[in-house]
Design a binder for this molecule. Structure first.
Ligand code: GLN
Length: 194
């Protein structure tokens, strides 16, 4: 039996990219911390009303911007994040958009690993509450160009994840692994803000 009487609603931007993998990871994370959640598929700007947390998946940031135009989803999302300060998990293209919007101050460069290393997997170190290793999956990943004042994940010495306020931006794809700690982090943050 789930513990929670609070039912969290987590929005996922449904424009393009790895959306269903995030849904699966969220459900697994909810199970691991014994809470029930609603997942809301965000397709138009009014869909953000009442959400407690948001996921911006990876994919192609340019394709996402184009797909967002018809229903103006992104304006709704950026306004919601600015106004309500809900916790955010942005992965890869999601991290690019957060930086381009100035929602995180760490600068980022797209497709920055070069051809040979375009996509790869490597163990990384993370520190989100507890420290440990994490399976890093990098797909045409961006890079934080100037490091960051707020690092929470490292590939060797390079910063690959930052936490600025309640916004977690990762250049890798936790939703493509079976390690649900980042998704659990998002849910725990949302519960604390309730
Ligand atoms: N290369 C993509 C972009 O520039 C990001 C890659 C990803 O999300 N896996 O938007």
């Amino acid at each position: 039996m789930p513990l929670a009487s609070i039912m969290l609603t987590v929005g996922i931007a449904m424009l393009q990219g790895a959306r269903h993998e995030h849904m699966h990871a969220l459900l697994k994370a909810a199970e691991s911390i014994n809470i029930e959640i609603n997942i809301r598929e965000l397709r138009k700007s009014s869909d953000v009303d009442g959400i407690d947390a948001i996921i911006l998946p990876g994919g192609e940031s340019t394709a996402m911007k184009i797909a967002s135009r018809s229903e103006d989803l992104f304006s709704g999302i950026w306004n919601k994040i600015r106004a309500a300060q809900i916790p955010v998990l942005g992965t890869c293209a999601g991290a690019i958009l957060l930086s381009q919007q100035g929602l995180i101050e760490t600068p980022i460069v797209r497709n920055a690993f070069g051809r040979q290393k375009e996509s790869f997997q490597s163990a990384i170190k993370i520190d989100i509450g507890s420290k440990g290793q994490f399976p890093g999956v990098f797909i045409r990943a961006p890079r934080f160009t100037e490091g960051s004042k707020y690092p929470i994940a490292w590939l060797e010495k390079e910063v690959v994840g930052v936490l600025e306020g309640k916004i977690l931006a990762l250049t890798f794809h936790p939703e493509l692994t079976e390690d649900y700690r980042f998704h659990a982090w998002l849910l725990e943050q949302a519960m604390q803000s309730d």
